[in-house]
Design a protein around this ligand. Structure first.
Ligand code: AMP
Length: 231
């Protein structure tokens, strides 16, 4: 039985984290967020924490070998047994190549969901974003407000502005996306991964998630029918 690998693709602030959580409610897959894993490394103050923090503060990408290793371990962990959602990975051609090798060496079926959002909407969204430093839950000023202002609904921690959510850093992150990450759309096309392009800026997140789940189910059905014909 093939495992599903949903590559949630799009610029920072396009709603990948929100969609990963909503999709998980229907699909029950592991949520692999390289950004969250890196923030956990920083919080744990392990050997690489300080180096990673310094890079993330600037909005630039951390080295491929570091994220590649983290993702490979997660893909092979028990929690990914039914499949996984990649949020914020791959972000460079070298990462996409490593992922392609991992996919080909395992019974994994990759699909790409490209969340398209206008950059002006993104800058406004990120400026209003707050995060829980304890459980990583994200809140917006215009959507998903916490019940008590400034306090995480899940664990009661005080919400903070992520250092890399400041406007000048956001612009740098969008530059990194344009230069290193957006070209991966061509890579995915060449690799033949099924892709859904969806407007991530105008519909409510729940409606977007429903459309994505419908599409994923239809891709799964097509693949199952193809396998049955080949058997
Ligand atoms: P995110 O939370 O996904 O927006 O990621 C926040 C920051 O973590 C990025 O701006 C990068 O500095 C770093 N990062 C996250 N994922 C990756 C990745 N796949 N490759 C390199 N750097 C990453």
């Amino acid at each position: 039985m093939s495992r599903l690998c949903v590559i949630l693709f799009g610029p920072p602030g396009s709603g990948k984290g929100t969609q990963a959580k909503l999709l998980n409610a229907s699909l029950g897959l592991a949520h692999i967020s390289t950004g969250d894993m890196l923030r956990e490394k920083i919080a744990a103050a392990d050997g690489l924490g300080a180096e990673v923090a310094a890079i993330m503060k600037t909005g630039k990408l951390v080295p491929d070998n570091l994220v590649n290793q983290m993702v490979e371990e997660k893909i092979d962990s028990k929690e990914s047994i039914r499949g996984f959602i990649l949020d914020g990975y791959p972000r460079t051609v070298a990462q996409a190549e490593l992922l392609d090798g991992l996919i080909k060496a395992r019974p994994v079926c990759p699909v790409v969901v490209y969340l398209k959002v206008d950059y002006n909407v993104i800058i406004g969204r990120i400026a209003g974003r707050r995060q829980c430093p304890n459980c990583n839950a994200l809140y917006g000023l215009t959507s998903k407000n916490p019940v008590v202002a400034g306090i995480c609904d899940n664990c009661g921690s005080k919400l903070v502005i992520r250092e890399d959510d400041r406007e000048e850093v956001v612009r740098e992150r969008l530059k990194a996306y344009d230069g290193e990450t957006r070209p991966l759309l061509e890579y995915f096309k060449q690799a033949g991964y099924p892709e859904l392009d969806i407007d991530g800026g105008s519909e409510p997140p729940q409606a977007i998630a429903e459309d994505i789940v419908k599409w994923i189910r239809s891709v799964e059905q097509t693949m199952a029918a193809r396998r049955a014909l080949e058997a």
